[in-house]
Design a protein around this ligand. Structure first.
Ligand SMILES: Nc1ncnc2c1ncn2[C@@H]1O[C@H](COP(=O)(O)OP(=O)(O)OP(=O)(O)O)[C@@H](O)[C@H]1O
Ligand SMILES: [Mg+2]
Length: 362
């Protein structure tokens, strides 16, 4: 079991600072997922942990030992990339065995490891094939198998499923979750995929421009984002974020947004004239009677999927509002509807982007 700790890790490529001081504890056996926009430093951070890049300052520790000067091969971690880079002229078996053959491990031990990993990944039937005779999902499993046979201290995955089609991704996602259950190893996983992040992670690290925005369990980030960036980044479709101005503050706080107003319990940090943002997720807006409406909007577009309905609504002075409900809603394009924002799920963010409230009382 392996704990990985980063202490004020920084990385510059030449003059350009890419990682700006990251502190992180990955507990033994944890499945930690890095998410963030393209270019925010996810792969760089993974490569710093793997030892494929040197830190500019700060420490990377594995099981309490600073490994800044330890080479990648001696850190004992296994990395699985998006492009699985199998050897085309070798069979699946040899692709998995090759790395171990170079360590002078006894043949019987290698054979046992390859067969155990193959069974776990359900590729035993393909051991004699070459990679070109495998599907993308099967190839990715071989790449993961190659990591498993090394019995690494931890697994580092950089978008391992992003070359697979949607259906295979879902299947492989489940297999990865099962694999983590079976192996119980420490895993760090980079993805762009919201569902992968939410379902696989014990802990998600949200990065932006080489800095940590928030670290937490998936539902912690979803329910209680620290700031507007995390609020907008976690959740699909995205949280609706509406600019607002404080009209009145006192016993209650009244906000104007577009042509609408909303009255909330008093928010001590907001004074008349302040700007702020209202955040409300698509699934926390309901279609209401006009008396309880927060906004009257016009349906610009609707998606009726049977089990669920998405509505995209226009209202004066506001960006398009997305609404998501389970079941079927009898509304269609052009119709005027009254939208109600569920108060316990309504978020408020200050002008600085920091969260003021995650949920207000009714
Ligand atoms: N070897 C390098 N030399 C110079 N700049 C680099 C190098 N590697 C990465 N960068 C820069 O560092 C930043 C972070 O890159 P990184 O690959 O870590 O991003 P990422 O979050 O993995 O993005 P993506 O989601 O697109 O894979 C980018 O601005 C990138 O251009
Ligand atoms: Mg990357």
């Amino acid at each position: 079991m392996t704990q990985i700790v980063l202490r004020d890790v920084r990385k510059a490529f030449g003059e350009v600072n890419v990682i700006h001081g990251i502190d992180l504890v990955v507990e033994s056996g944890e499945f930690v997922v890095f998410v963030g926009p393209s270019g925010c430093g996810k792969s760089t951070l993974l490569r710093l942990i793997a030892g494929l890049e040197d830190v500019t300052s700060g420490d990377v520790e594995i099981d309490g030992e600073v490994v800044n000067r330890v080479s990648a091969s001696e850190r004992g971690l296994a990395m699985v990339f998006q492009s699985y880079a199998l050897y085309p002229h070798m069979t699946v078996y040899r692709n998995m065995a090759f790395g171990l053959e170079n360590t002078h491990m006894p043949r019987a031990e290698i054979d046992s490891r390859v067969r155990t990993a193959a069974e776990m990944l359900q590729i035993t039937d393909y051991l004699d094939r070459r990679p070109k005779a495998l599907s993308g999902g099967q190839r990715q499993r071989v790449a993961i198998g190659r990591a498993i046979v090394r019995d690494p201290k931890a697994f580092l995955f950089d978008e391992p499923l992003s070359n697979l089609d949607a259906e295979l991704r879902v299947a492989m996602r489940k297999e990865l979750a099962a694999l983590h259950g079976k192996l119980g190893g420490t895993m760090i996983y980079v993805t762009h995929d919201q569902i992968e992040a939410m379902t696989l992670a014990n802990k998600i690290v949200v990065l932006q421009s080489g800095r940590v925005e928030q670290i937490g369990a998936p539902l912690e980030l979803y329910n209680a984002p620290d700031n507007i960036f995390v609020a907008g980044f976690i959740g699909s479709p995205r949280m609706n974020i509406l600019e607002a101005t404080v009209e009145e503050a006192g016993a209650a706080t009244r906000l104007r947004f577009g042509n609408a107003t909303i009255t909330l319990p008093a928010q001590a940090s907001l004074a008349p004239g302040d700007s702020c943002h209202i955040g409300i997720r698509p699934e926390h807006i309901s279609v209401a009677e006009p008396e309880t409406a927060d906004v009257i909007a016009t349906v610009a577009y609707s998606e009726h999927l049977g089990g669920e309905t998405y509505l995209y609504c226009d209202a004066d002075g506001l960006p398009q509002i997305t609404l998501h409900q389970t079941g079927q809603l009898p509304v269609s394009r052009g119709q005027q509807i009254a939208l109600h924002f569920e108060r316990p799920r309504l978020h408020l963010f200050g002008a600085d982007g920091k969260t003021i409230a995650n949920g207000v009382s009714q």
